[in-house]
Design a protein around this ligand. Structure first.
Ligand code: IFM
Length: 460
């Protein structure tokens, strides 16, 4: 069980002051908030469950030197065996929602064979959330692929979209009674870039042709999976979670840097949802094959835009880098991952996404690697302020999921980065509340007040 934390220290100055984000009031909800605003935490199965052994990541991790400090995911946060206790932690946070993922390799360990016990486990987790009054958002694909699918070409394989559709169909057939909010794929842009451009993640390829196929495969998989879910739950609310970077020119006086920053936005941030908006899979990036493939099923496949926001990057024109752009950190406060925290960027991206797509927005992830636990309270408060400002501008932001409930397996960074509101003491697995817990709870209460506030009234 959790151990209580010190009261939050919300005074942690150092955020770059753009649009007043270094001076956010104690109550960041400056106006009325939507009554049904989702205020939750996010996790993914491979990162917290423990002992997921049949996927591409578990095989990759076993290779020497690929994960920081030689770690493997192993028992992770042992969430698989702690469903009751972890659900109680979510409830105690004052959260009304939880984004979690299905681990495909456990549920379909061989093509077409569904593992009854694994599905029962998923149902149990959802039943516990329901009893606790917490709405689930269920992600179908959060990076990890069953080995049998990885070995047939993974997300770049021609059969991938249909495979994801079948998996979605089975998930919705069994679980849609308990789940209205669905996320088809997590960070398709990251999975494509790390898997097929930089080659740091499985399948460790650097192949523009395959990268383009992977991108198209994820989009087609999303569209087919969304339709499958909707067949079982016509009132489902479905989206994908895209990683958005606030890309700005490194040298404001140097036009090529402006072009490079625009290239990052065009090539990384927007292609997924542009395709959903247009019903055409398009890729136009230097060094990559051009794609122009209509797919009618993409149209109307998303009810919201899922935004994972962590960072600003300053971009320099650099013909030696993929996409001719190299990424740099700005002058602001940095997380343990060396990433500049730039809360104003959340508001800017919410504005941009709303202008571009005119769809409701949900912040499906936002969080900070912070082993000290001291940055997180302020980080939460200033990002909550971004949500409130967006809502005040009339942008339909409908929810926020903090990454993450627990410290977890952070991909190639292993266990060196701590994103948890609850610190996990490895290997005892004890959950220890960081100062972020009290702040998350305080914000949950303020949000409830702001949701009850009549339109036109602002907080002081
Ligand atoms: O842990 C990851 C998550 O799996 C995807 N989004 C970013 C998080 C933090 O790096």
């Amino acid at each position: 069980m959790a151990t209580p934390a010190e009261p939050p220290d919300t005074a942690a100055p150092g955020f770059t002051d753009v649009e007043g984000f270094a001076d956010v009031p104690e109550n960041p909800f400056v106006g009325p908030m939507p009554a049904d605003f989702l205020w939750g935490v996010a996790t993914s199965a491979h990162q917290v469950d423990g002992h997921t052994v049949g996927n591409d990541w578990s095989r990759f991790e076993a290779q020497p030197g690929v994960i920081a400090e030689g770690a493997v995911s192993g028992p992770a946060a042992d969430h698989w065996n702690r469903l009751e206790d972890d659900t109680a932690l979510i409830r105690d946070l004052g959260a009304n929602a939880h984004r979690l993922s299905l681990e495909w390799s456990r549920l379909e360990p061989e093509p077409g064979r569904w593992d009854a016990a694994a599905w029962e486990h998923a149902e149990l987790e959802l039943a516990l959330l329901e009893q606790a009054g917490i709405a689930p958002m269920l992600t179908l694909l959060h990076f990890t692929l069953p080995l049998w699918l990885a070995d047939r070409g993974g997300i770049a394989a021609p059969e991938f979209p249909r495979r994801l559709e079948r998996f979605a169909n089975e998930a919705a057939r069994r679980l849609a009674g308990r789940v209205r909010l669905w996320c088809t794929v997590n960070e398709p842009n990251v999975q494509m870039v790390f898997g097929y451009v930089t080659g740091q993640w499985p399948p460790c390829r650097r192949d523009p042709e395959l990268a383009a196929r992977a991108f198209a495969g994820l989009l087609k998989g999303h569209a087919l999976a969304a339709a499958a879910v909707r067949r079982h739950r016509p009132d489902a609310r479905i989206g994908a979670a895209v990683h958005l970077v606030l890309a700005e020119p490194l040298r404001s006086w140097w036009p090529p840097d402006h072009l490079a920053a625009a290239q990052v936005r065009r090539g990384f941030n927007w292609p997924f949802y542009d395709a959903v908006r247009d019903g055409v899979i398009r890729l136009r990036l230097p060094g990559f094959p051009r794609l122009e493939e209509p797919m009618a099923e993409l149209l109307g496949s998303a009810d919201f835009v899922g935004i994972n926001y962590y960072r600003r990057n300053l971009v320099a024109f650099d013909p030696r880098s993929p996409g001719w752009a190299s990424l740099h950190q700005g002058p602001g406060l940095r997380s343990d991952a060396g990433v500049e925290m730039h809360p104003a960027g959340l508001l800017q991206l919410l504005r941009q996404a709303w202008r571009r797509y005119r769809l409701p927005l949900i912040v499906t992830e936002n969080g900070v690697a912070d082993a000290s636990g001291q940055l997180r309270p302020t980080y939460l408060r200033v990002h909550a302020h971004g949500l409130a400002r967006a809502v005040a501008e009339g942008i339909p932001v409908q929810g926020y999921f903090h990454w993450s409930l627990l410290d977890n397996f952070e991909w190639t960074d292993g266990y060196t980065l701590r994103f948890g509101l609850y610190r996990v003491d490895f290997p005892s697995q004890r959950r220890i509340a960081t100062p972020g817990v009290a702040e998350f709870r305080r914000l949950a209460a303020l949000l409830r007040d702001a949701a009850a506030r009549p339109a036109g009234l602002t907080s002081r």
